[in-house]
Design a protein around this ligand. Structure first.
Ligand code: CTP
Ligand code: MG
Length: 179
């Protein structure tokens, strides 16, 4: 049980960091260039090129750092924490950013303004796309490490971690809404 939780958190860390990094590093030109689809913005000012690049880079650097630490951690803890193959180094953080962008697209189509809460979609959008993209890029690696119990823990704990980190960012005045 404890092994499953450790593997789940380890394997998802490169997908968890990008959202926070985008909040810190975001700004500048919006991806949609201000364009609209009907009445509403395609994505809105909350999705920028710089935020997406900074978020993806931060998650990739974290994955590489975890790869360096992996032999030591696996040896000391006897938990078989994974090493990220090159494709997963990119697909976990980029998938997370893409999921967040898809969610903003859906928010605008359903009439939600920038910053509006979209319960469950806000908490899981990035996980779903990070996992799908990683399965597409590294299927064998994905199936070896993201076993059904690991996936269960990911889906259960991610919303809690997401809520906690966003409330923290709100309290620290880094973010204007606590979600
Ligand atoms: N951010 C960014 N680029 C991204 C994702 C996030 O620049 N691809 C930055 C933006 O400054 C954004 C902040 O991180 O305002 C918070 O991200 P998020 O909560 O996802 O965006 P919202 O502003 O709430 O917009 P939306 O309603 O579209 O989710
Ligand atoms: Mg938001």
């Amino acid at each position: 049980m404890y092994q499953v939780v450790v593997v789940a958190l380890w394997a998802m860390l490169p997908a968890y960091l990008p959202n926070s990094a985008a909040v810190l590093g975001g700004g500048g030109k919006p991806i949609d260039g201000g364009r609209r689809l009907g009445q509403r913005r395609i994505l809105g000012d909350g999705k920028t090129w710089r935020g997406t690049a900074v978020g993806t880079a931060a998650g990739a650097v974290l994955a590489l750092a975890l790869n360096l630490a992996q032999p030591t951690v696996a040896g000391m803890s006897s938990v078989d924490v994974p090493r990220f193959p090159p494709a997963a180094v990119l697909s976990l953080p980029f998938g997370a950013m893409l999921g967040d962008i898809v969610a903003s697209f859906l928010k605008r189509r359903t009439g939600k303004e920038r910053g509006a809460a979209f319960p469950l979609v806000d908490q899981l959008d990035f996980v779903v796309v990070a996992l799908l993209l990683t399965f597409a890029g590294s299927p064998d690696w994905f199936l070896t490490h993201f076993t059904p119990p690991v996936l269960f823990v990911v889906v259960l704990t991610t919303p809690l971690i997401h809520v906690f980190s966003n409330v923290t960012a709100y309290v620290l005045d880094l973010k204007s809404e606590p979600w």
